[in-house]
Design a protein around this ligand. Structure first.
Ligand SMILES: *Cc1c(COP(=O)(O)O)cnc(C)c1O
Length: 366
């Protein structure tokens, strides 16, 4: 069986060594030494100034919106994991869906302005598959209309554009460290802040609003990452460069073997981007390929190869959201086409070149 992803477990003896330290100290959560060390090491690794760790990416998204007092309407993409829009809903914010760019599958900057109303307070774009959004254009629009920008950067761990982390874009960036992601703390996430003042406020918010033992400065939530998961994260970080390198070999092999197949398109990585190879999306044009995307999905599944249709269905198609005026398919033609044609192939550090070859042969023959 080959799944779309497989967690890369750190060596067990390295983890037990950390567990012994935790057992010894009996410090299990609440900004312990491993939590502290992981925040510092992640700042260095990612090339950002301030990070707040979270127990998952969804709580980090919820808290990012709280931290900036976002309300009213927020412009976002329907082509993402549901948590992006759920985070708005849980904050009583009305999501306004805008269509995506046909090349990158990210929010189309040309369509943002038409969706702005007096109630718009922010833009929530997603760096889909780790491919950077049109950050400069988005920031320009945000500056013109006085909007905040919060990036759902769940796929963008370690992504650099012109040698600068994409996590430095916008007002805040939110990461997910779920086990399906390139870097993981089993469950986990983080908010990247541009300044210490914002980080400190976010740290209060993730700990019930406590500023000190007797002072509660905001109606905070509990979204803390514990010591065991922080230690796991430190081990992941030690091996993450090697894991990304192994992923890049898989990526390169797919690219070499999947060229020249009519109707099968591989998504480009821009030359100025350092990628993390978290996903390997292809699109199937049924007319030219001779099979639909869903037929390819089924065919591979019969062979024990589990691909994923990220992102199908679109968020705007789920019952809670499909009644919104912006969710109408006529407003989102590119996203609908993408959701019908995209397929994410297996990619993870332990995936062998032989297995990649087998998947490619099946795609050529089918
Ligand atoms: C994984 C993911 C999330 C949610 O993160 P969790 O850590 O699972 O809560 C949010 N947005 C996107 C785009 C994701 O892929």
């Amino acid at each position: 069986m080959i799944y779309v992803t497989q967690p890369n477990m750190p060596p067990l003896e390295e983890f037990t060594a950390y567990l012994e330290q935790i057992w010894e100290s009996k410090w299990l959560t609440n900004q312990g030494p491993f939590h502290q060390e992981l925040e510092e090491k992640l700042c260095t690794y990612l090339g950002v100034d301030h990070i707040s760790l979270f127990s998952n990416g969804t709580l980090a998204l919820l808290t990012a919106l709280q931290a900036l007092h976002i309300g009213g309407e927020v412009i976002t993409t329907p082509f993402s994991f549901v948590a992006t829009t759920h985070a708005l809903w849980w904050n009583n914010i009305k999501p306004v869906f805008v269509d995506i760019d046909p090349k990158t599958f990210n929010l189309d900057p040309d369509r943002i302005e038409a969706a702005i109303t007096p109630q718009t307070s922010a833009i929530l774009p997603v760096h889909v598959y780790g491919n950077p959004c049109a950050n400069d254009r988005i920031q320009q629009i945000a500056d013109t209309y006085g909007l905040k920008v919060i990036y759902d950067a769940a796929h963008a761990f370690g992504i650099k554009q012109n040698d600068v982390s994409v996590l430095r874009q916008g007002d805040l960036s939110v990461l997910s460290f779920h086990s399906t992601k390139v870097f993981t703390t089993i469950e986990g996430g983080a908010i990247v802040s541009p300044d210490l003042k914002t980080k400190v406020r976010i740290d209060y918010l993730k700990n019930f609003g406590f500023a000190d033992e007797v002072t509660v400065v905001a109606p905070g939530i509990n979204a803390k990452l514990n010591e065991i998961q922080s230690a796991y994260g430190l081990l992941q970080l030690k091996h993450v460069d090697e894991n990304i390198r192994l992923r890049s070999v898989v990526d390169r092999t797919y690219r070499e073997q999947l060229t020249g197949i009519p109707g099968l398109h591989v998504m480009d990585i821009p030359l100025n981007v350092d990628h993390n190879y978290g996903y390997f999306p292809i699109t199937i044009d049924e007319a030219a390929y001779g099979r639909s995307r869903d037929q390819v999905y089924d065919l591979l599944k019969e062979q024990g190869i589990y691909t994923r249709r990220y992102f199908y269905p679109l968020i705007s198609e789920f019952p809670v959201y499909r009644g919104l005026p912006s969710a109408t398919p006529a407003n989102l033609p590119v996203a609908h086409r993408a959701a019908q044609s995209v397929l994410c192939l297996p990619i993870y550090p332990a995936l062998t070149i032989e297995d990649v070859g087998r998947i490619c042969r099946l795609l050529k023959r089918s």
